[in-house]
Design a protein around this ligand. Structure first.
Ligand code: KIV
Ligand code: ZN
Length: 406
């Protein structure tokens, strides 16, 4: 059996996720989500950026008081004021972490920070040293690492390790890198930075080119052992690496990705739903793992295959991520097998001729109607069974209803 090396899942739904337009959460919502994330089994919950606002400060403090198992991280820049405020908020956690960051790319130094490389190096040292005076769990992030000059990036990381950082995070802040390039970058950091083998290497990928998950997974090959991600992939601009995709890739492809994490996958879908409810919007229907269509099969050939053996078209079961809905969607591409199975679920066994007639009428109806509901199917039953239905009172149990707005 392959040995699975443990990696950490660092969830930043409450910080980077919350920074995205329309995703802000109030204190009670953040606590509700923090509980769900802890139950999901993530290793680290980044609860917020305490210096950003009094609301963020209060939320980090409350999440720190709530979580007993997960590490709770608070974000801070490399200034004394930020670090003191972050510690004030997170210090009460059972497992507190200070996460301090500064940009290392020339474009950020010149246009945003207006600092020289030497100044940023000095700020890094001072910040990590100060953070380390409060806790042994200090993460240092080099913002915009993927657009930073490699030798300078390594110099800054080396300084952070020397001052006692226990995690070095390599963010692809603008979602610019590619899997091969990112793997090489993380390898180079591991090879060049003295002491980097004694600390955890983390990655934090944004999804501007749709590569956040692929980049994060590629970094594991190079020695990264923490992935930063968010539920439903929410986050700045196009979002962060989606937690559910990272975790299910590890589970489904453990032959290629021999790493284990602590996430209870059956809690993925309920957590995704909770987040959608809190922020008021869900994921696109075809979103991997948690989208409405992720386990839906409409084409007749697919439906036949799935009904015979789900492995024909499903690489993971819906139950493995906590989805318990009927995955067969009846539409114009559906076949006799799916139709007959649905009639059986509704309590009607059709003989060969009855099924043939019903199928003929069903395809005509499906050409005209986008969604076929159970009520529609009942009208396709052979006359004798329709009579029986009327005699029984004709009641149909409504299991599922959906309204779609244009
Ligand atoms: O994207 C980024 O660089 C960040 C850092 C604060 C880690 O969110
Ligand atoms: Zn980010």
């Amino acid at each position: 059996m392959t040995h699975l090396e443990r990696i950490k899942i660092f969830d930043t739904t409450l910080r980077d996720g919350e920074q995205s337009p329309g995703c802000s959460m109030n204190l009670a919502e953040k606590i509700r989500l923090a509980r769900a994330l802890e139950a999901l089994g993530v290793d680290v919950i980044e609860a917020g950026f305490p210096i950003a606002s009094d609301g963020d400060f209060a939320a980090v403090k409350a999440v720190a008081a709530e979580c007993r198992e997960a590490t709770v991280a608070a974000l801070c820049r490399t200034t004394e004021q930020d670090i003191l405020r972050a510690w004030e908020a997170v210090g009460g956690a059972a497992r507190p972490r200070l996460h301090t960051f500064v940009a290392t790319s020339d474009i950020h130094l010149e246009h945003k920070l207006k600092k020289s490389r030497a100044e940023v190096l000095k700020m890094t040292r001072a910040a990590v040293r100060l953070a380390r005076s409060f806790t042994e769990d200090v993460e240092f992030s080099a913002e915009d690492a993927t657009r930073s000059e490699l030798s300078y990036l390594c110099e800054v990381f080396a300084a952070a390790v020397e001052e006692g950082a226990s995690t070095l995070n390599v963010p692809d802040t603008v979602g610019y890198t590619t899997p091969t390039e990112f793997r090489e970058l993380v390898s180079a950091v591991r090879e060049r930075v003295v002491g980097s083998r004694e600390v955890t290497i983390s990655v934090h990928c944004h999804n501007d080119l749709g590569l956040a998950v692929a980049n994060s997974l590629a970094a594991l090959d190079a020695g990264a052992r923490q992935i930063e991600c968010t539920v439903n992939g929410i986050g700045e601009r196009a979002g962060n690496a989606a937690l559910e995709e990272v975790v299910m890739a590890l589970r489904v492809r453990s032959d290629r990705l021999p790493y284990a994490c602590g996430v209870r996958t059956e809690a993925i879908y309920p957590t995704s739903q909770l987040l959608s409810e809190v922020i008021g919007f869900g994921v696109q229907p075809n979103k991997a793992v948690v989208g409405r269509n992720a386990f839906a099969h409409e084409a007749g050939i697919h439906q036949h295959g799935v009904l015979s053996n789900p492995l024909c078209y499903e690489i993971m079961t819906p139950e493995s991520v906590g989805v318990h809905a009927n995955s067969i969607v009846l539409g114009k591409h559906s076949g006799r097998h799916a139709l007959s199975r649905r009639f059986e679920e509704l309590g009607f066994t059709l003989d060969a001729q009855g099924l043939e007639d019903a199928y003929r009428d069903f395809t005509k109806l499906a050409d005209r109607k986008k969604n076929i509901y159970d009520q529609d199917l009942l009208s396709l039953l052979p006359a004798r069974q329709q009579r029986e239905l009327r005699q029984e009172g004709g009641a149909v149990e409504l299991n599922y209803a959906e309204a779609v707005g244009g």
